[in-house]
Ligand binder design. Structure first.
Ligand code: ZN
Length: 335
């Protein structure tokens, strides 16, 4: 009897322990598969933000450069680069930082130096043949690290000259740049599921959802121009050097107390003014605005309540905005 009980006990023990081993294995495997997919999605997140930043940078550069007559109190020297350091990201994303590099050549763990995430078209950095993904080793003979790179870039901007040594595929390159004068309002993206644009007096934000919503880059140019008008004429905020533009803004949100945006308005007069300046600023930068009306027509699919003017809202409806923008375009053509 005792023998039988022992046999049953051992059989049960092995059955239970075997099954628990296989369940553990299965759970572990599922966790591994999920981890792998989380890593994929993190890389997708980083690369999508970097791609959006590069697009914004290319569109914003001529707008900020060709409208300096309108921003006499907020001009800065700039070189046309957006930079980030791996330590700007939360720890869980460090292993995905390499996805910010458009060629993705570097391995995961070699990011001692900050990376040039974006080079604006036709900027001094672009003309000097600095490329996206270059890692900055030194600035004006100072070795850079996480703590000093922004200060060194700002000092270079103040002096108007940048001697920059970069690492590219384990080779080193040295470039000498002269700055260009632009309006000092860094343009960057921000994480949000709603297409919208914001200004806070010093920066301009275009939400990541906007890139899936717009059908043409000239719509993005209009949004930048609109927010630029708010910063210049309505906020009169302090300008910022280009080092303040964050090309991989995982956690950054503009301060909500002092924000204006494209949909929640201050006054009708200010919004109309920002729309009309938006068209003008983009046109001056050589970016056509003939399709911008479509942005507001598309917006009316998402929010039909915004079509008409309303007594309860301070701002013009989408129909009024289109009429005003098209009248402004005609006036600009006749100038
Ligand atoms: Zn506005």
């Amino acid at each position: 009897m005792v023998y039988n009980k022992l046999v049953i006990f051992f059989n049960l023990f092995f059955l239970v322990s075997c099954s628990s081993i296989s369940i553990n294995k299965q759970i572990k495997q599922e966790i591994l598969i999920t981890d792998e997919e989380i890593k994929n999605q993190n890389e997708f997140l980083i690369s999508s933000l970097a791609i959006a930043s590069r697009k914004l940078h290319d569109i914003a550069w001529p707008i900020m450069a060709f409208n300096i007559d309108s921003c006499p109190n907020s001009r800065i020297n700039a070189f046309g680069i957006m930079v980030s350091h791996i330590k700007n990201l939360p720890l869980s994303l460090h292993s995905s930082f390499h996805a910010a590099n458009p060629t993705n050549l570097e391995g995961n763990n070699s990011f001692k130096f900050p990376m040039i995430i974006s080079v604006a078209d036709k900027s001094p950095a672009n003309r000097a043949k600095i490329i996206e993904g270059d890692q900055i080793i030194s600035i004006n003979d100072h070795i850079v690290n996480y703590k000093n790179y922004k200060t060194l870039l700002d000092e270079a901007a103040i002096r108007g000259v940048l001697e920059i040594k970069v690492k590219r595929e384990n080779k080193e390159f040295l470039f000498n740049l002269k700055s260009e004068v632009i309006c000092g309002y860094p343009v960057q993206t921000m994480i949000s599921p709603i297409p919208n644009a914001y200004a806070d007096g010093s920066k301009i934000y275009i939400t990541i959802a906007t890139f899936d919503f717009v059908k043409d880059n000239q719509e993005i140019a209009f949004l930048i121009g609109h927010e630029l008008a708010h910063n210049i004429y309505h906020y009169k905020g302090d300008p910022l050097y280009e080092s303040n533009g964050n090309p991989i803004p995982i956690e950054e949100k503009p301060s909500l107390q002092k924000i204006t945006d494209l949909l929640i308005f201050q006054t009708e007069a200010k919004e109309t003014e920002a729309d009309l300046y938006g068209v003008e600023f983009a046109t001056k930068a050589g970016i056509p605005q003939n399709k911008v009306a479509n942005y507001f027509r598309r917006l009316s699919i998402y929010m039909p309540q915004l079509m008409k003017d309303s007594f309860f809202r301070m701002h013009p409806g989408n129909a009024r905005r289109v009429i005003d923008i098209e009248a402004k375009l005609k006036a600009l053509q006749n100038d």
